[in-house]
Ligand binder design. Structure first.
Ligand SMILES: [Zn+2]
Length: 52
């Protein structure tokens, strides 16, 4: 699967949400408090390299 879901964060209420959650409401705004400024977070990619 190549679907990459980016996470966003509302700087006002501090909630983190996905693009899917944000699309519940029209436009780009926080689905929790309606704040129109959201911050993109990096995709939580955890990659560990074992060096033995
Ligand atoms: Zn908010």
């Amino acid at each position: 699967m190549s679907l990459e879901e980016r996470m966003y964060k509302c700087p006002k209420c501090g909630k983190e949400f996905s693009k899917t959650e944000m699309e519940i409401l029209p436009g780009v705004k926080c689905p929790y408090c309606g704040w129109r400024i959201v911050v993109k977070l990096r995709a939580p990619v955890v990659r560990k390299v074992l060096a033995i």
